[in-house]
Design a protein. Structure first.
Ligand code: BES
Ligand code: MN
Ligand code: ZN
Length: 473
């Protein structure tokens, strides 16, 4: 796809897309399509509506934006151009924006438009449709349209990379595949990369991580990416849950495990975010850790009631092998704090069904011991439609995780407060870091959308972390 900003001639483009704010309907039609009258019964600019007409030699696609569109809605509206209206698209397309959109909504539109090129038909004979040669003219009035378009392109690329990592099946995205992905990124963008294999993991004391990986034929990989900037304002540490498939282990998932290729949604989010931050060359230090394992079953698989060690030195009673995410994250968090000492520490994980019970598919569960960090994340997400909402980290919940035989247990065995007790478990491995946040993204990272018949990756966390970081700079 090639973008051409504010081109002088548009005559070659047959399809012209005109977004319309409901309150500006008349004005927009008059300035963009003089002499054309459209009955408001046919098109009024309401959100999620569209109208097509021919005008001279052009096909016009009017997109209703409603009265006060938000980022997410504009993103989705523009994503429909190449998914729902692709029969109108030939070699060229012209996006003819009104003058009074904010830069943030321009960004949303350009991001969404590019997301329209994504499809999950990876393994079909004909392959997914390619839009590589599509020429896109954009009429836009912003103080820095070039920068805006470039940023939008990188956001869309990062989001699609996160989509892909989640949507590819678990025989294509294994722990070694994620490690290779990280190595390729590091090579392309000049990042530091370390992949700790099981032998080294043992000498580094990553025992909880290794215990979860023991039942799988695929080698666990503890992946570290380091992005450094000479004028860094702060150091951010990210940890993403990278369970490439979660069978539950010996506490096997009896209610179905069909969706559990998505149990590396946290890893996909932090990896794609690392790509994005490095491409945008933002002035921070970023260290990203992905403990990548498959939670599988065989003769070596860890057993319910085993007591295992951990990087932080706490012994853990494994009450349930299906509470595996918190075990690998415990080592990820501890390793990051001890070896890198970041100013802020954020983990993203598809951690509990309980967070879905609480928030459904609307919002991530947010936990933090730092009010500023918590508010920053909540606000950044609100702006772009990746919502999260706080739950408490009260001490009483930590007592639920007390073990009689070990320092801590991985499950309290009770049908309540599952997301909170999981967060308290994680907190025990942060070495009392004063600025830590945990986002439980089980409900929001792999979702139903209008763009596919099955659940697909949402890239939740990528734009949220970007906007959070940008606000701190
Ligand atoms: N990966 C699951 C959580 C999950 C559930 C993610 C549904 C996405 C959709 C996690 O590893 C898990 O199995 N959690 C258990 C924990 C329990 C055994 C303490 C859960 O939430 O039921
Ligand atoms: Mn599990
Ligand atoms: Zn899991």
């Amino acid at each position: 796809m090639q973008f051409k900003l504010n081109p002088k001639t548009l005559s070659e483009s047959r399809l012209r897309v005109i977004p319309v704010l409901e309150n500006d309907l008349e004005q927009t039609l008059e300035s963009k399509l003089p002499g054309t009258a459209i009955s408001t019964a046919l098109f009024s600019g309401k959100k999620d509506t569209h109208f097509t007409l021919s005008h001279e030699s052009q096909l016009i696609l009017l997109l209703g934006l409603g009265k006060e569109p938000d980022y997410r809605q504009v993103e989705n509206t523009f994503r429909r151009i190449l998914t729902k209206h692709s029969s109108l698209v030939e070699k060229e397309i012209y996006l003819d924006f009104p003058d009074n959109l904010s830069d943030s909504l321009f960004e949303a539109a350009l991001v969404g438009f590019q997301l329209g090129t994504y499809s999950i038909g990876f393994f079909k004979k004909e392959g997914p449709k390619s839009f590589k040669k599509l020429k896109v003219g954009v009429r836009i009035s912003s103080s820095n349209p070039k920068n805006l378009a470039l940023t939008a392109q990188r956001i869309a690329d990062a989001k699609m990379e996160a989509f892909r990592l989640v949507d590819l099946p678990p025989n294509k995205i294994t722990p070694p595949n994620l490690a290779d992905w990280a190595k390729n990124l590091a090579k392309r963008l000049n990042l530091g990369v370390k992949v700790i294999d099981p032998k080294r993991a043992k000498s580094e004391g990553l025992e909880a991580f290794l215990a979860v990986g023991r039942g799988s034929a695929k080698e666990p990989k503890f992946i570290i990416l380091e992005y450094r900037h000479p004028k860094a304002k702060f150091h951010l540490g990210l940890v993403g849950k990278g369970v490439t498939f979660d069978t539950g282990g010996l506490n096997i998932k009896t209610q179905g495990m069909h969706h559990m290729k998505s149990d590396m949604g946290g890893a996909a989010a932090v990896l794609a975010t690392t790509q994005l931050i490095a491409e945008l060359q933002l002035p921070i230090h970023l260290t990203t850790i992905v403990p990548a394992v498959e939670n599988a079953i065989d003769k070596d698989a860890y057993l319910p009631s085993e007591v295992i060690g951990s990087h932080a030195g706490l012994s853990i009673e494994v009450v349930d092998t299906d509470a595996e995410g918190r075990l690998i994250l415990a080592d990820g968090l501890s390793y990051l704090v001890k070896n890198y000492k970041p100013d802020h520490l954020i983990d993203l994980a598809t951690l509990t069904g309980s967070s879905i019970g609480t928030f459904g598919y609307e919002s991530a569960a947010l936990f933090s011991n730092d009010g500023g960090l918590s508010h920053g994340l909540q606000e950044a997400g609100e702006e772009i439609g990746e919502k999260s909402w706080p739950l408490p980290l009260w001490e009483v919940y930590a007592r639920e995780m007390d073990s009689e035989i070990a320092d801590i247990r991985n499950y309290h065995g009770k049908p309540f407060a599952g997301a909170i007790t999981a967060a308290k478990f994680l907190q025990a491995f942060t070495h009392e870091h004063p600025s830590w946040a945990h986002l439980d993204i089980a409900g929001v990272s792999f979702t139903d959308t209008e763009f596919a018949k099955t659940k697909t990756g949402s890239a939740f966390g990528v734009n949220l972390l970007l906007k959070f970081i940008q606000k701190q700079l």
